[in-house]
Ligand binder design. Sequence first.
Ligand code: 4NP
Length: 168
Amino acid sequence: MTEAPPPLEAGRYRVALICLGNICRSPTADVVLTDRLAAAGLGEVVEVVSAGTGDWHVGEAMDRRSAALLTREGYDPTRHRAQQVRTDWLANVDLLLEMDRQNLADLQALGPATPERLRLFRDFDPEGTGEDVPDPWHGGESGFVDVLTMVERTADQLVERLRSVVGT
Ligand code: 4NP
């Protein structure tokens, strides 16, 4: 069973969700995880951010296909603006979750970070543990639906793991 690493600082926990462009996968995971944490009463303790390894979309809103799907499913995607990952997060974020192996390799290349804090998002997926979240950007609608399905069930498991380490 995958555990979340202990907090760097008692009473708060920071999770960063990382993909390539920060307009499809990691912002989808950000919106869903933030929603689930609030529902679990952990919204004040666990802070969620997302970012891309690339800088092409910095400042942009979410991809309109991801945003439309989230809206249809009852989430609010409108607050997102893309940003690029910051190297100082490596030492100051409790858990950096990468959407795929390339994102993980890129984060590892950025600088030293504890392996237990630098992990694949789907290490927390109760189905298909350790797989990539496939990049839906070049594909059709079904890729976006698949991403949301795996993100929702992974977020549910992640909330339980976070609850254990923040002790609430
Ligand atoms: P994301 O998807 O990493 O899930 O946000 C992508 C968005 C943009 C690009 C690639 C993937 N791009 O090449 O611009």
